[in-house]
Design a protein around this ligand. Structure first.
Ligand code: FES
Length: 112
């Protein structure tokens, strides 16, 4: 079990939230299970970039990103060194702090 602290996001979780997540769950699944409806356009198959999150704490406890994920992340809005595709980032035992970026690649296209 790990605790994921979700930082406030105006649309998905304005107050922020604390989730208890069993090890082996992806961050994306954890968010969806807890009613935080992050986009996941490719249905968690590592083929889009809409599930991008930034792992502010605990990044190194996650499984390493595969090359495919890294390539997709290059297209993410607001990419940071601690960015992950949440559907590919598997929670271990360590607590995490996760930020959902303000925009996803879909929003970015609509707005600019
Ligand atoms: S849901 Fe598409 S890459 Fe995660």
């Amino acid at each position: 079990m790990a605790v994921i602290k979700i930082l406030p996001h105006p649309e998905y979780c304005p107050e922020g939230k604390q989730l208890e997540v069993p090890a082996g769950t992806s961050i994306c699944e954890a968010l969806l299970d807890n009613n935080i409806k992050i986009e996941h356009a490719c249905d968690m198959s590592c083929a889009c970039t809409t599930c991008h999150v930034i792992v502010r704490e605990g990044f190194n406890s996650l499984n390493a990103a595969e090359e495919e994920e890294e390539d997709l992340l290059d297209r993410a809005w607001g990419l940071e060194p601690q960015s992950r595709l949440s559907c590919q980032a598997i929670v271990a035992q360590k607590d995490l702090v996760v930020e959902i970026p303000k925009y996803s690649i879909n929003h970015a296209k609509e707005n600019h």
